[in-house]
Design a protein around this ligand. Structure first.
Ligand SMILES: NC(=O)C1=CN([C@@H]2O[C@H](COP(=O)(O)OP(=O)(O)OC[C@H]3O[C@@H](n4cnc5c(N)ncnc54)[C@H](OP(=O)(O)O)[C@@H]3O)[C@@H](O)[C@H]2O)C=CC1
Ligand SMILES: CC(=O)N[C@@H](CCC(=O)OP(=O)(O)O)C(=O)O
Length: 345
């Protein structure tokens, strides 16, 4: 069995990871770290796991990590995660980090958008961006995997093939994303207040959301030139799910071109579902799963291509994508522990 530990296990993504690892045929979870719940049974914090997870939370530091740990997941907030992850890497542990601390390849871009110093920019060269559909070979060898952000996952998966094949231009890409409230995490307070969120929809951080440089970094690498996007996130009153609607020029392309492109890149991928004509993604159809659904329309009247994607932010947007990365790192079936169908309704 592969021995896994989780630091920051009591957050929303940590708890989803605990649930997924419990179902995984090849994994034994050997520690669940928490600063605030030391000595408390995990299932007393997350009642859905009663009778399934029997572990008690421990406060772990680099010296108390069991030496036979094969993989450590860090589900800590960005800015904080790097200070915990760097000593683990130094000691030779393989780590999958959920935060943004190792996603950006240039320290100065990280420092600008996250308004904090990067503690070791040399690790940014070694970290592998954990989008398994795109970086399988590097993830397999990686010591440190930077699990992508939730919005970036929903945006990169549909756009990367189109830019790589020059089917679309590298400018005038307008992205509207809608996210459920769990995207803000369990410890965020103001945004989680019921009466602030219920029966409300709002846009936020237009043109200045911290996921912008992450999205542009990966799109630019695929395009081979600098890509600019306009990204508008919205908070909507659902627990989980992200729907991204991406509008760009459709000049000179047909439905067949896009279908052929997606088939070439994703035809054999287990977790990307390209929807047939007449169907569009919806968050409920991916809820509780590692799927990313992608659909599109060419609107000849306006000359635009509209691509829509849907993921579960806590799964393909974080925890199940991390399990997919772990499967790749340990040479397991990519789908191991991830075969459950989405739940509906
Ligand atoms: N929520 C989502 O949809 C997604 C989240 N992510 C990323 O995953 C990571 C975890 O997110 P999420 O699970 O939502 O976050 P939560 O806020 O739900 O949980 C974070 C956990 O980190 C622990 N922690 C340790 N030190 C601190 C600290 N100084 N401040 C706050 N928490 C601390 C807390 O547990 P304790 O006090 O018990 O130690 C807390 O439960 C973040 O980096 C996030 O950006 C990525 C993609 C999607
Ligand atoms: C609803 C909400 O607040 N969502 C968060 C993004 C989700 C997230 O966790 O960001 P990472 O993927 O980078 O970790 C936000 O907009 O900042």
């Amino acid at each position: 069995m592969i021995k896994a530990g989780i630091i920051g296990a009591t957050g929303y993504t940590g708890a989803e990871l605990v649930r997924l690892l419990e179902l995984h045929p090849e994994i034994e979870t050997i520690f669940l770290d928490s600063r605030s719940y030391e000595g408390i049974r995990f299932s007393d914090i997350y009642p859905n796991l009663r009778g399934k997870v029997h572990d008690t939370c421990q406060s772990i530091n680099v010296d108390s990590v069991p030496e036979d740990t094969d993989i450590i997941f860090s589900a800590l907030p960005h800015r904080i995660s790097q200070s915990k992850v760097l000593p683990l890497i130094e000691k030779g542990f393989r780590v999958i980090d959920f935060s943004a601390d190792f996603r950006l390849r240039e320290a100065k871009i990280y420092e600008h958008w996250y308004e904090t110093k990067h503690l070791d920019d040399r690790t940014l060269e070694k970290a592998v961006y954990g989008l398994p559909e795109w970086y399988t070979a590097s993830i397999a060898k990686a010591g440190l995997v930077a699990n992508p952000g939730c919005f970036p996952t929903s945006i990169l998966l549909p756009l990367l093939p189109l830019l790589k094949e020059n089917l679309i231009k590298n400018k005038d890409i307008i992205i509207d994303s809608k996210t459920g409230v769990s995207g803000a995490g369990r410890s965020s307070s103001e945004v989680n207040i019921f009466s602030q969120v219920n029966e409300n929809i709002k846009a936020y951080n237009i043109g200045k959301h911290r996921h912008t440089p992450e999205i542009e970094q990966e799109l630019s690498l695929a395009a081979g030139s600098s890509v600019n996007i306009l990204f508008t996130p919205h908070l909507i009153p659902v627990d989980r799910g992200i729907l991204s609607t991406i509008v760009m020029s459709a000049e000179g392309i047909t439905r067949k071109d896009i279908e052929a492109c997606y088939e070439a890149y994703y035809g054999k991928k287990s977790f990307i579902r390209i929807l047939k004509e007449g169907y569009l993604p919806e968050t409920k159809a991916v809820k509780g799963s590692n799927f990313c659904d992608i659909g599109f329309v060419i609107d000849s009247r306006s000359g635009k291509l509209v691509v829509v994607s849907a993921i579960d932010n806590l799964l393909k947007g974080s925890s199940s994508q991390a399990v997919q990365n772990m499967n790749v790192m340990f040479g397991l079936e990519e789908t191991a522990g991830l075969n459950a169908a989405p739940i509906w309704p």
